[in-house]
Write a protein that binds this ligand. Structure first.
Ligand code: SF4
Ligand code: SF4
Length: 254
C-alpha cells in the first residue's frame, strides 16, 4: 500500500502549495510513490479529504481562529508525520509581525471594521504553538528544490535537512556585491539559507523570509546598522516582518 499524504492550508497566500504545484516537471514522478488523499489547491473538484490516518501531512499557513485551531488538532491526531510548510506555518508569517504588542482587536477592526462578523480572529500563531510539529520547511515561498529533496527523505523516515548556514553564503557563491557594505540593511547574515539569495542577486536586501538561521547574531547585525543611519525602531520593524512571533527568542540569540 502506498503511503497516504495530505496537503492542507490555513491562513496564508497558498504560495507554498502553488510552489509545489508549479514543480510539475518533477512532481508527477515524485507523487507516483504516494497516494495523495487531500490537496484542495490541486484538485479540480475542490474536494476536502476523508477522515483516516495519513502518513505525512503538510500544512501551510498560520492559525488565526479557533476553528482552525480545532482543525489543526484533528489533523495532528491523524498524522504520523506533520510538516509545517512555509514561513506562516513555521513562524506565524507577516500576519504575526506585531505579536506581543497590545490592541489586537483594534488593529483587526481598523482593517475589517466593526460589521465584519464572518470570523472571530486572534493574533496569528505558528502551528507549533498548538500541536507538536515534526519538521519545518520554511520560506516565503518554500524552495521547490528543498521540498523535492526532502519529500523522498520523509518517505524513507529520514529527517528533513535544511541549510544551517545564512543567506550570505549563497550570496557569496554568486559573487554578488554585498549590500551591507553600502549601508543597506540586508538580513542575509541572520537568515537561514535555502533560497539561493534570490533577493540580493537582484540587488534587493534580504527581508528574512526563510526565518532566523541557527546561531544568527542579531545583536551584532543591529549594532552594525545602529552605527550607521538607522534607528532601533526601524531595525526592529525589519526583524519583525517575518520573525514577529519569535522576536523575543531572536533578540536573545536563541
Ligand atoms: S548582500 Fe546581504 S546576503 Fe549578500 S552578503 Fe551582503 S549581507 Fe549577506
Ligand atoms: S534573500 Fe531573504 S527575503 Fe529573499 S528569498 Fe532569500 S531569505 Fe527570502
Amino acid at each position: 500500500m502506498k503511503p497516504k499524504v495530505g496537503f492542507f492550508e490555513f491562513t496564508g497566500c497558498a504560495g507554498d502549495l502553488l510552489t509545489i504545484v508549479h514543480s510539475e516537471d518533477y512532481l508527477l514522478e515524485v507523487l507516483k510513490a504516494v497516494e495523495v488523499v487531500s490537496f484542495r489547491l490541486a484538485s479540480s473538484q475542490g474536494k476536502r479529504e476523508g477522515d483516516g490516518l495519513m502518513d505525512i501531512v503538510f500544512i501551510e499557513g498560520s492559525i488565526t481562529t479557533t476553528e482552525q485551531e480545532e482543525k489543526l488538532k484533528e489533523l495532528r491526531k491523524r498524522s504520523k508525520i506533520l510538516v509545517a510548510l512555509g514561513t506562516c506555518a513555521t513562524f506565524g508569517g507577516v500576519q504575526a509581525m506585531y505579536t506581543g504588542k497590545p490592541n489586537f482587536s483594534k488593529r483587526f477592526r481598523s482593517v475589517y471594521n466593526k460589521n465584519f462578523k464572518i470570523v472571530e480572529a486572534f493574533e496569528s500563531k505558528p502551528l507549533e504553538y498548538f500541536v507538536p510539529v515534526d519538521y519545518f520547511l520554511p520560506g516565503c515561498p518554500i524552495s521547490p528544490q528543498l521540498f523535492l529533496f526532502n519529500f523522498p527523505r520523509l518517505l524513507k523516515n529520514l529527517p528533513v535537512e535544511l541549510p544551517t548556514y545564512p543567506v550570505c553564503v549563497e550570496c557569496k557563491w554568486q559573487e554578488n556585491e554585498c549590500l551591507l557594505l553600502k549601508d543597506i540593511p540586508c538580513l542575509g547574515p541572520v537568515t537561514r539559507g535555502g533560497c539561493l539569495a534570490r533577493c540580493p542577486k537582484d540587488n534587493l536586501p534580504c527581508v528574512g523570509c526563510f526565518g532566523p538561521v541557527p546561531g544568527g547574531n542579531f545583536a551584532s547585525w543591529e549594532k552594525n546598522l545602529l552605527e550607521k543611519k538607522y534607528q532601533e525602531s526601524q531595525l526592529e520593524k525589519k526583524m519583525r516582518f517575518f520573525f514577529g512571533a519569535k522576536i523575543k527568542e531572536v533578540k536573545r540569540g536563541k
